[in-house]
Design a protein around this ligand. Structure first.
Ligand code: NIG
Ligand code: FE
Length: 421
């Protein structure tokens, strides 16, 4: 048995709603993880006794570290009393939140588009067609190049507290390239999404391309994927094409999700809700009918403020969605075109500053909200039975994630009870 005890937690965000607090906040808490799963959560004073746990918590504030909230390993015992590896970590009175769940990324790609970004900041508008630049660079890259770039990005995500993430295909747009993107993504996450319908590639007639996506390309990718997605937007795929692609994916056992209402008003939300999609992502331009449809459905509205930051579009109005009763998630949309950041803390800060979310709502949306968007019940909360995915902050409260934007507050990350950073 391997055990991890994190003790002396000043503020623990469990996301187990209690007394009107959706974040289920506990003070002076401890968490025990055994064999990768959370085994116990409660007051630090009554934490199970493990080697090292009896050492005085919080004493390090006196001189040993410049700030009081940095975690310290109190003991690491490869031959512990319980017959296995035991690690005891003192959170130093700092905050602990569930590992972030980033439900929307495009991490497998070649090249970058820094010049496009610079031109955009000088006034050139963002257009979906930029995707084709990355498609060319991705097709030209070998599997090994894509794999090593992906590994660097995964390390970047872990380092910022993300312990669960989804990856979409969509920068290959041939049967061969979509299949290898899906296969490489499946090496690092179970949450792989087939997005052959990202944009019609330059060399294709659109009807023939939709046929290919719904046929041979889907057949090649489906074994690696859990989800099917479509970019339902002017310049990408029409609502009718989107419905057809989602139905083809569903017939192969893939669950639907949608990119919609990113660049302007449209039918993306309607298509997603009608298909029973787990999530519709972007939701930047919503009508009152869209908001009402989301509120009445199980489809999560996943907001991606890195895109608005990087494209100078207006931020989506999270308050309007939450007040209507919709479930909101936050994700990075990490991709080289519209949002080349993997930072969930940045998403939280932008959501609070620009989208009228409270810090508690934003942290919930980046953890439990992401889990709902991926229909996962084993991540996004800290409760017995859940995965041991914990983020320790060099800060006394989760509010600091928004209050101290750009500051690397993530001081330790555990995935399945094992240190990921
Ligand atoms: O989620 N919306 C479509 N796809 C990506 C953008 C991809 C790109 O510009 O390369 C997105 O923003
Ligand atoms: Fe995207």
């Amino acid at each position: 048995m391997t055990s991890l005890l994190v003790t002396n937690i000043g503020e623990l965000t469990t996301n187990v709603a209690a007394d009107g607090d959706p974040c289920g906040t506990l003070r002076d808490a401890a968490v025990l993880v055994e064999d990768g799963r959370i085994a116990w959560v409660g007051p630090a004073a009554s934490a199970p006794a493990l080697p090292g746990a009896e050492r005085t918590p919080g004493r390090r504030g006196v001189g040993r570290f410049p700030t009081p909230w940095r975690p310290e390993v109190l003991s690491r015992d490869g031959d512990g009393d319980r017959g296995g590896d035991v690690e005891v970590v003192d959170a130093g009175g700092g905050a602990v939140v569930p590992g972030f769940v980033d439900s929307h990324t495009h991490l497998v790609f070649g090249g970058d588009r820094a010049e496009e970004f610079a031109a955009r900041m000088a006034g050139t508008p963002y257009a979906a067609g930029g995707i084709r630049t990355t498609v060319a660079a991705t097709r030209a890259a070998s599997d090994d190049e894509l794999r090593s770039r992906l590994a660097r990005l995964v390390a970047e995500l872990h380092g910022q507290g993300t312990t669960t993430f989804e990856i979409k295909t969509g920068y290959g747009l041939t049967v061969r390239d979509e299949e290898r993107i899906a296969r490489l993504a499946a090496e690092v996450t179970p949450e792989v999404t087939f997005l052959g319908a990202h944009v019609v590639p330059a060399e294709h007639d659109r009807d023939a391309y939709v046929d290919l996506v719904c046929g041979e390309m889907l057949d090649a990718c489906a074994p690696h994927c859990r989800w099917v997605d479509v970019f339902c937007e002017t310049g990408a795929f029409t609502p009718d094409e989107s419905r057809r692609i989602l139905a083809a994916g569903a017939a192969r056992g893939l669950l639907p999700r949608v990119h919609g209402n990113q660049l302007g008003p449209g039918e993306g939300v309607r298509v997603a809700v009608d298909a029973g999609a787990a999530s519709v992502d972007h939701c930047t331009y919503l009508s009152d009918e869209d908001v009402a449809a989301l509120a009445a459905s199980d489809t999560v509205a996943t907001l991606l403020p890195g895109v608005e930051f990087s494209t100078r579009h207006p931020y989506p109005d999270a308050r309007r969605l939450i007040d209507a009763g919709a479930t909101v998630a936050l994700a990075s949309d990490c991709n080289p075109g519209s949002s080349f950041t993997s930072s969930m803390p940045l998403m939280i800060a932008l959501a609070v500053r620009e989208m009228r979310m409270t810090p508690a709502e934003a942290v919930w949306a980046a953890t439990a909200g992401g889990a709902r968007a991926l229909r996962r019940d084993d991540v996004g909360a800290i409760a017995p039975g859940m995965r041991g995915d914990l983020v320790l902050l060099d800060a006394p409260s989760r509010t600091h994630l928004a209050y101290r934007p750009g500051v690397p507050l993530v001081s330790a990350v555990f995935k399945d009870g094992v240190r990921a950073q």
